[in-house]
Design a protein around this ligand. Structure first.
Ligand code: AHR
Length: 497
């Protein structure tokens, strides 16, 4: 099989906002406790943060991390997590039915984010709370000094303001699982008024208004249309969330599900632009895909967990080869929408549906999905280029005309580097792909990395990595034509300079 990809360095989709390689840490399961924070661990630093985890996160170059939820934020009292640890309350955390000890909170998270070189994306509680708690939290975090909450922060040992720039106006407020679920009008009004007060405290912040919890929601996309009527002026981004799973064990259909993602992104973009026209606005609403991943492997185990434990192993999906392929496909899709998607968060980062897994008191290791995420984050900085592509296609149960191969191309003008991310979702055959790189004469292939495994269910564990990238040389580059053999069911990164 053969495929073709043409590109032109003047045909730019958009400057890639590095925050599309963000991630997410929620107070749930072993994400915080036993994940990033384990004071008794031999690798713990003076603040109780695990050094081994810091190192694995740092290698991913995560630019921004969303915190503290997720569903958890919709009943969270942020005041519980600041001040002397001995005075912090143990609470029933209703969203995940666990005990929250509050031994880790806002200030600890800001310190942690600084250690791994990430910005913070802070979510506020619009489930059980609203304007008052939100504006107080912005004052606590961002006001320099001389007011009740900013002086509290200083009293708590943080003289300088945290200056958190990005704030989420609640989480998945359309979902019936959400504490304080709202109708679109209820949410729109509350988000708009909370956002207004927050920006009155600190006009430099940016706000993310809640979109639907997924494209499968019955209220999608009406939720977007109605809520944006209220929040269009105050918000800078609208959120999208989507999780995937191969529940029917139909790998070809599963790998085609980026088609659904594409449709989701296009629909949200259209609704935003409809509102822009309706409001005669000059502002273009940008997209924050602030929860995305594969999530289904752990569903049955989670049903067996007892309630009211502290840091139980919730949502601990073990990822395999095909999940890594899908994650690569999702990242390619985001790059193709670099003009509108300005932030995205792989949900989540440690233990809970995560690329990094830890053992309590023990080691830490990388799941299969760690690698495509790392490749995109580390090499996918610059401008995203349009591609004109032809590829053999296939049909599945849910999708038609799905191209077997998919590529995204990133040009980093400053570094004079061109990076091709390519997926072959053909399960039986390699595809020889010709890239016409007329603007890149004189470039040479610096590296071709491939991830593949004949067993799509192969997974990594603490005992070793069955799925990891290897260097390959399945290419020729003559003149300006690069030919790459994309092995069956493989994720590829070709770096030229
Ligand atoms: O990431 C896990 C959960 O998925 C989050 O708490 C919630 O926002 C979403 O439903």
């Amino acid at each position: 099989k053969q495929a073709n990809v043409m590109l032109d360095k003047r045909a730019v989709i958009g400057e890639i906002d590095e925050r599309i390689y963000g991630s997410f840490i929620e107070h749930m399961g072993r994400a915080v406790y036993g994940g990033i924070f384990e004071p008794d661990h031999p690798e713990a630093d003076e603040q109780g943060f695990r050094r081994d985890v810091i190192s694995l996160i740092s290698d991913l170059q995560v630019p921004i991390i969303r915190y503290p939820g997720g569903n958890m934020v919709s009943a969270y009292n942020w005041e519980d997590g600041v001040g002397p640890k001995s005075e912090r309350p143990r609470r029933l955390e209703l969203a995940w039915q666990v005990i929250e000890t509050n031994q880790f909170g806002t200030n600890e998270f800001v310190d942690f984010a600084n250690k791994v070189g990430s910005e913070v994306m802070m979510a506020i509680n619009l489930g059980t709370r609203g304007i008052d708690a939100a504006r107080n939290l912005v004052e606590y975090c961002n006001h320099p000094a001389g007011s009740y909450w900013s002086d509290k922060r200083r009293e708590h040992g943080y003289e300088a303001a945290h200056n958190i720039k990005t704030w989420c106006l609640g989480n998945e407020m359309d979902g019936d699982w959400q504490i304080g679920q709202k109708t679109a009008v209820e949410y729109g009004r509350l988000a708009a008024e909370s956002g207004k007060a927050m920006k009155q405290v600190d006009p430099s912040i940016e706000l993310v208004t809640c979109g639907s919890s997924g494209s499968g929601m019955a209220t999608f996309p009406e939720w977007e249309a109605v809520t944006l009527e209220h929040t269009y002026e105050i918000a800078d981004y609208i959120s999208l969330h989507q999780y995937f799973g191969n529940r029917d064990n139909d790998s070809q259909n599963y790998l085609a599900s980026t088609m659904e993602l594409e449709h989701f992104i296009n629909t949200v973009t259209s609704v935003c632009d409809y509102l822009k026209a309706k409001k005669r606005s000059k502002k273009t609403m940008m997209l924050s895909f602030d929860e995305w991943n594969v999530w289904y492997h752990s569903n049955e185990d989670d049903k067996k967990l007892e309630r009211w434990q502290t840091a139980p192993p919730q949502l601990e999906d073990r990822y395999n080869m095909e999940d890594a392929l899908l994650v690569g496909g999702i990242l390619i899709t985001f790059l193709k929408h670099a003009d509108r998607i300005k932030m995205a968060c792989l949900a989540q980062l440690v233990n809970v549906i995560a690329p990094i897994v830890t053992e309590n008191g023990g080691g830490s290791w990388k799941q299969t999905i760690y690698y495509p995420y790392m490749h995109a984050s580390v090499y996918g900085r610059g401008t995203s280029l349009h591609t004109v592509a032809t590829s053999p296609k296939f049909d599945t149960k849910d999708f038609t005309d799905v191209p077997y191969t998919d590529s995204a191309v990133v040009y980093n003008e400053e570094q004079e580097e061109l990076t091709i991310f390519a997926l072959n979702r053909h399960l039986e055959e390699d595809v020889l792909t010709h890239y016409s790189l007329q603007d890149f004469e004189g470039y040479e292939v610096h590296e071709h990395l491939v991830m593949s495994n004949p067993d799509l269910k192969a997974a990594n564990s603490i005992n070793g990595e069955k799925v990891k990238p290897v260097k390959a040389s399945d290419y020729t580059f003559e003149g300006t034509t690069l030919q790459v053999k994309l092995a069956k069911a493989s994720w590829n990164v070709v770096r030229l300079r």
